[in-house]
Design a protein around this ligand. Structure first.
Ligand code: GLN
Length: 446
């Protein structure tokens, strides 16, 4: 813990990955573990990590990188935080992010922009920007993030590390500040595939406090690591190497497919014909759910409250106008519009129907294949400010990750090579509750 805190301090000026460094609490926890003695049979005992700042931590500031929660000290822990604690893990700090997890570059943080660990003029990806850069810069070996449309896999791709979004329902969302409840899932960042599996092991499992968490048994996620992949059938969707995908990224993924073939896997082209509607469907569904989830930030019970208010309405309006950033307001407006009486059928209902078509596309492929392979993002990390004036161009960075959330599937991003001097991530998408096969194939690249 002391060595990790020293690494955090030494590198923080380069990456700005943390909202809060919990030095005192971390040292206390580490001393308590020392006093009782490390349990060497538990791989995670005494291991430090960072946690995204939208995962609530009892008595520790939790901001979701929003002015709205600038002073919020939660009275309870997220279920995953209790699980980390039971596993003997030590939280070193709370990682920066796009405000309320809305964004794809980290630039929407109300606190500061986190830098890419490879090149400080490039974005680290988002929304789990700090969780990614903390691992990529070597401040910590492990961190937790959340992924609603790509917020773990895309920053892992831009930062050259491993990022895992498990199956929807695998990990409890209790205590994850809700963005879009039918899509949100907590997952892991790590340097290696095996560590990803080990950390996911700690946080998985059913939870009485989250009725969307699944009681399907949690297997040993490392059980297939090292097993041979001969004869495994891997699908390469043609839409994932089509228009808008950078040449260097494409080449890296084709090389990765060849590597899998050299190990005896069968790689074939397939089609996910409705994936092109993913971004449109996502921004309607995620915005609608966000507009509802974010109603609780009313300036009354917790968080930011405007000064010198005239009446109740003024309190709501001014607290929300001043407390939320532009992107959050954009989502709330879009979502309220698509849910409103005159537009519900044309937008929200239609988006749900197209979501089903996207799910069916995946089901059809998984009737014949074990895994889907493709890039994680269409390009490598871009420069600060490049996409901030054009939200739609930012939204398109998630075109390859969003369909996976819409279908609730597990997906990992692992480093696959470099293009223009920046890391390229490769995405492996699995069947529902089949994280083990993802880890088996991902490990074949290490
Ligand atoms: N970039 C996407 C968005 O802005 C995804 C965010 C996420 O996965 N939390 O909504």
């Amino acid at each position: 813990t002391q060595a990790t805190l020293a690494d955090v301090k030494e590198r923080e000026a380069q990456v700005d990955a943390f909202v809060t460094v919990t030095e005192k609490e971390a040292l206390e926890k580490a001393s308590a573990i020392d006093a009782r003695g490390i349990d060497a049979s538990k791989l995670t005992d005494g291991i430090p990590l960072a946690v995204k700042d939208n995962i609530v931590t009892k008595d520790i500031l939790t901001t979701a990188a929003s002015k709205m929660l600038h002073n919020w000290i939660p009275p309870y822990n997220a279920t995953v935080v209790n699980k980390l604690d039971e596993a003997g893990m030590v939280i070193i700090g709370k990682a920066n992010m796009d405000e309320f997890a809305m964004g794809g570059s980290g630039e929407n943080s109300a606190i500061k922009p986190t830098k890419n660990a490879w090149n400080k003029v490039k974005v680290p990806g988002g929304s789990s920007s700090g969780s990614a850069s903390a691992v990529a810069s070597g401040q910590v070996r492990l961190s937790l993030g959340s992924d609603t449309g790509g917020s773990i896999r895309q920053p892992a791709s831009y930062s050259g590390i491993v990022g895992m979004k498990p199956t929807y329902g695998r990990v409890s969302r209790f205590g994850l500040i809700a963005f879009a409840s039918s899509l949100d899932q907590i997952g892991t960042f790590s340097q290696t595939v095996k560590e990803s599996a080990e950390l996911l092991q700690v946080i998985s499992g059913v939870d009485d406090n989250d009725n969307t968490s699944s009681d399907i048994a949690v297997p040993d996620f490392t059980s297939k690591i090292g097993q041979d992949i001969k004869g495994m059938k891997i699908a390469l969707p043609k839409e994932y190497l089509g228009e808008g995908i950078d040449g260097g990224v494409k080449k890296t993924i084709i090389d990765a497919a060849k590597h899998l073939e050299s190990l005896g896997a069968i790689v074939e082209e397939v089609s996910l014909p409705h994936s092109k509607y993913g971004v449109a469907v996502y921004y309607i569904i995620a915005g609608s759910e966000a507009s509802s989830n974010l109603q609780r930030f009313d300036g009354i019970r917790f968080g930011y409250r405007a000064d010198n208010i005239k009446d109740l309405e003024d309190l709501y309006v001014r607290s929300r106008s001043e407390g939320f950033g532009d992107e959050v307001k954009r989502r709330i407006m879009l979502g309220s519009f698509s849910l409103s009486a005159g537009y519900y059928d044309a937008y929200f209902k239609k988006a749900g129907q197209v979501r089903t078509l996207i799910v069916e596309d995946f089901n059809k492929v998984f009737d014949n294949y074990d895994l889907i392979l493709g890039p994680t993002a269409p390009t490598v990390a871009f420069g600060f400010g490049e996409k901030t004036q054009d939200p739609v161009s930012m939204y398109l960075a998630d075109i390859l990750t969003i369909p996976v959330n819409l279908a609730g599937l597990p997906g990992i991003s692992i480093p696959a090579g470099f293009s223009d001097g920046m890391p390229v991530g490769m995405q492996l998408i699995g069947k529902r509750y089949d994280e083990e096969t993802i880890y088996q194939v991902a490990a074949a690249f290490e």
